[in-house]
Write a protein that binds this ligand. Structure first.
Ligand code: GDP
Ligand code: MG
Length: 441
């Protein structure tokens, strides 16, 4: 999918501004991407419409291509929709003992998430937590929570046979007060599907406990169905946030977008595995990248970091600053320029290089020239590449012929190499705070 998207965007790279047609083409693919990521159809449709309005006619930033710009607009709009709370990981747990109610369908990960959050509250916030299982349907569920409690060192309410969920909730409240707990967490029973009895039970527990937070646990792999579940629970019980589990799986996270768009409830945490540490605060840009299936292709800088292996770059930089800049270095640079979207793209990213980028642009410098230059370097022998100063007329003729170029082209390349070498040396002399060094950070 991301291949198809970048294909579309590649085709857009040659133009200068975002035309209606550019935007439409790109957004058609974005819409498909959203649907493939399990975003519900109306949500995807609305979203694309909104982005289309934002994107059309927008000027293209110099250092990025129109395609990348569309992606950035889409990405930012996704983040916008997904962002529900400024500080999603911050649970309301003042006024101890603060009740937290966990609701959701059976198998969504309520019990696991209850324990994960309890561990987090204990370790990160230094809270004393009591956990209680209200799952009277399945005795094994109560055992499950007790076992997790032992594992993470968090107390669980002793199991008393024959109690109903409301009685357990009351006992948990009393125990939490008497025992001096900061938080008590109520892990409710679930069903495979929403039914009236399940909802009624959760509502009764809510009325007894008066929870500070009611977290709806939703399986992130369930896609559109998750939205119905969320709407129903929110209407009947009232939820303060959503936890998306199984985000470690192959799911694209489209449920997150649908859920935000339809219910307006903030996603607070994501579950990333079965282990007790596998939970993280919800980060909209991560999910946005995942939904688009392309990570953060917006940032040229990050792309540059990917392209240049940091170590290699630093080594090269050190040598260049000492004035040891040979044809192998130049070749590597030229290759990286192509990978990073051409000379202009790269120079535009480096502070202080804006002017040079302009000159390059005016000179009509493009990938074709870069490739020709690489070809010339490839026609040099090892020795010539390492010591370009030995290039006498006869060698030049051979190299030009070997690469299908003129000697004058080779001379231009050598001049550029010399100039770059000189510039590097100067920058090196500017010392530790030199701009090139900073640009490489
Ligand atoms: P409950 O019925 O809602 O209480 O669900 P459980 O907490 O018992 O979880 C059901 C299954 O899902 C268990 O095997 C959990 O280990 C697993 N599970 C829960 N959360 C996650 C998660 O974030 N990732 C993965 N891979 N598995 C999870
Ligand atoms: Mg359970």
């Amino acid at each position: 999918l991301s291949e198809r998207l970048s294909g579309v965007f590649d085709r857009l790279t040659k133009q200068g501004a975002l035309s209606d047609e550019d935007v439409k083409t790109a957004l058609r693919e974005v819409r498909v991407a959203l649907l493939e990521a399990d975003v519900s159809l109306p949500v995807a449709r609305d979203f694309v419409k909104k982005v289309q309005e934002q994107a059309t006619g927008q000027a293209v930033t110099k250092s990025v291509t129109p395609g990348q710009q569309v992606v950035k607009i889409v990405h930012d709009a996704l983040v916008d929709v997904l962002r529900g709370a400024d500080d999603p990981g911050n649970l309301k747990i003042d006024n101890p003992p603060a009740p937290i109610l966990m609701v959701g369908l059976q198998g969504s990960g309520k019990t696991t998430t209850t324990a994960k959050l309890a561990k987090r509250l204990k370790e990160k916030d230094g809270k004393r937590v009591l956990m209680a299982s209200l799952d009277t349907n399945r005795p094994a569920a109560m055992e499950q929570l007790a076992i997790l409690g032992v594992q993470i060192g968090v107390d669980t309410l002793p199991i008393v046979k024959g109690e109903n969920p409301v009685q357990i909730a009351k006992r948990a409240k009393t125990q939490a007060s008497l025992g001096g707990y900061d938080v008590y967490m109520l892990d409710t029973a679930g069903r495979l599907h929403i039914d009236a009895e399940l909802i009624q039970q959760a509502a009764d527990v809510r009325d007894v406990a008066n929870p500070r937070e009611t977290l709806l646990v939703v399986d992130g792999l369930t896609g559109q169905d998750a939205v119905n579940v969320a709407t129903e629970f929110d209407d009947k019980i009232g939820v303060t946030g959503v936890v998306l589990t199984r985000m470690d799986g192959d799911g694209r996270g489209g449920a997150a977008l649908s859920m935000r768009a339809v219910t307006g409830k903030p996603i607070r945490f994501v579950g990333l595995g079965e282990k007790m540490d596998a939970i993280e605060t919800f980060e909209p840009d991560r999910i946005a990248g995942r939904i688009l299936g392309m990570g953060d292709i917006v940032s040229l800088v990050e792309k540059a970091q990917e392209t240049i292996e940091a170590e290699q770059a630093e080594k090269m930089m050190k040598r260049m600053m000492k004035g040891q800049f040979n044809m192998n270095d130049l070749k590597m640079q030229l290759e990286q320029m192509i990978q990073m979207g051409g000379m202009q793209g790269m120079m535009g990213m480096m502070p202080g290089m804006g002017k040079m980028a302009k000159q390059v642009e005016e000179a009509g410098f493009d990938d074709k020239i870069l490739k020709q230059q690489i070809a010339m370097i490839q026609s040099m022998t090892k020795k010539e590449r390492a010591n370009p100063q030995i290039l006498a007329a006869s060698r030049k003729k051979r190299i030009a012929a070997g690469s299908g170029m003129q000697v004058s082209d080779l001379n231009k390349l050598m001049k550029m190499h010399r100039q770059m070498g000189d510039m590097m040396k100067k920058m090196g002399k500017m010392g530790k705070g030199g701009m090139l060094k900073q640009a490489m950070k």
